[in-house]
Ligand binder design. Sequence first.
Ligand SMILES: Nc1ncnc2c1ncn2[C@@H]1O[C@H](COP(=O)(O)OP(=O)(O)OP(=O)(O)O)[C@@H](O)[C@H]1O
Ligand SMILES: [Mg+2]
Length: 302
Amino acid sequence: MPASTPLPPRIGTLGAVIHDRYRLEKPIAVGGMSVVYEASDAQRDDGKRFALKLTFLGENPAAQSRFLREARLTTSLQHPNIVQIHDVGVLDDGHGFLALELLSGQTLHDAIREATLYGGEVKNALCILDRLLDALLACHLAGIIHRDFTPANVFLDRSAPETLRPVLIDFGLGKGVRDTERLTGDGELLGAPAYVAPEQIFQEELDERVDVYGFGITAYETLSRTRLFRGETFEETAERVLNETPPALHEFGETEPQISRIVARCLSKNREHRYRTAESLLEAWREARSTEKPASRRTTRP
Ligand SMILES: Nc1ncnc2c1ncn2[C@@H]1O[C@H](COP(=O)(O)OP(=O)(O)OP(=O)(O)O)[C@@H](O)[C@H]1O
Ligand SMILES: [Mg+2]
């Protein structure tokens, strides 16, 4: 949370009740413009917990109604690999809130970094990617663009025993209004822009192809266990995003050339060269998966 947009004490106080319903029990994460709490239901004593995400939108009515419109649309998505949104609203102080199903585990980003994805019981990264692609297809069929598909926005949920469920979180709700700020601001909000697509750097209007790119980033990092386009400064990272072509995935040894080619196409700098939507991407992906050599095909479904 940048210093310029502190959470009002009422919201930041543990025990506070949001929207007459969600009691903040403990903080889970603090991000650029958002904070996520574990919350209980103050109206019902049923032990049910939520992840309550508060996002600062400001006073701008257009930003607020856009957040509400997009959040409601996203609420309609019912998919096992998409985070379920139970409730949404805007508070008087300019924060949007989302009451989400509470997940338990770690992000794909952390799993890749800590090598738990491969060291633990999850051996098949391709199965995770299969599920994520299915989730992305559901988004695109419903006319929803995620806009922020990265390993940090995939949660590996272990709420159910013996199961690992990849879940797409953090839809770019209301982010349109902040994109410019993120990319041209003072650097604090910006963080490393390694995950933004080239067209986001140019501030072009986004379409489904930004998610195809996001899937490419996610697939590449998951399968190679490396990180793409990291630079020391914003300019250096942006320069890499725009100009650097990463080594083909199959050079890492474990990935079939066909999958490697699909991921490379997703990562095309020029979006005209990418798959148009998740649908055409999934078609190519399934074809590649069906012709994999038996040795690299595994049956575990996360
Ligand atoms: N439904 C959830 N259940 C449990 N933890 C969650 C849930 N949603 C988010 N989190 C945790 O909060 C962190 C931040 O969430 P999220 O990615 O939605 O927001 P962000 O990236 O901080 O926000 P912004 O929308 O400002 O980019 C996640 O990495 C995860 O650790
Ligand atoms: Mg996030």
